[in-house]
Structures are given as structure tokens and as C-alpha cells.
Write a protein of this length. Structure first.
Length: 89
């Protein structure tokens, strides 16, 4: 094999390697773009979760308030029942 043939083979191999690197680079750029989109989706979901958490806390506070009011009304009803029973007796 002559020096020229060896050089041509090396050049051909370099061309193949270059094309492979270009393909890998394109794949990596695509993966990087996907990661960026996933990060945006994650941030959006975190904001949504925080909003839901705040809403849940508000609803829990409302439930506590309503339970207290219900207990107070139960006590009032019991008092009224006792008053009616004493009036009927």
C-alpha cells in the first residue's frame, strides 16, 4: 500500500468520524432541548402544585371553621330541646 493510499484511507476514516460526530452532536442537541422542555414542564407543575396546596389549606381551614360552627349549633339545639322539654313538663 502506497503512502498516498494510506493517506486517502485516513482521510476517508476522518470523514466517517466527522459525520458520526455531527450525528452525535445533533442527538445531544436534541436531548438538551428535551431536557429544557422537561425543566419548563417541571417548573410549571411545581407552580401548579403550590397553588393546589394553598387551595387545600384554605379548604381545610374552612372545614375546621364549619365544624366549630356545627358544634356550637348542636349545643344551641340541645339547649332549645331542654327548654322545650321543661316547658312541656
Amino acid at each position: 500500500m502506497t503512502a498516498l493510499q494510506k493517506l486517502q484511507e485516513k482521510i476517508e476514516q476522518w470523514k466517517k468520524d466527522h459525520e458520526a460526530l455531527k450525528s452525535q452532536n445533533a442527538d445531544l442537541k436534541s436531548q438538551l432541548a428535551d431536557v429544557g422542555e422537561a425543566q419548563k414542564d417541571k417548573e410549571s407543575l411545581l407552580i401548579e402544585v403550590e397553588a393546589k396546596r394553598t387551595q387545600c389549606q384554605t379548604l381545610e381551614a374552612t372545614v375546621v371553621t364549619l365544624r366549630q360552627e356545627l358544634e356550637e349549633k348542636d349545643v344551641e339545639i340541645e339547649k332549645i330541646i331542654l327548654q322545650v322539654e321543661s316547658l312541656l313538663a
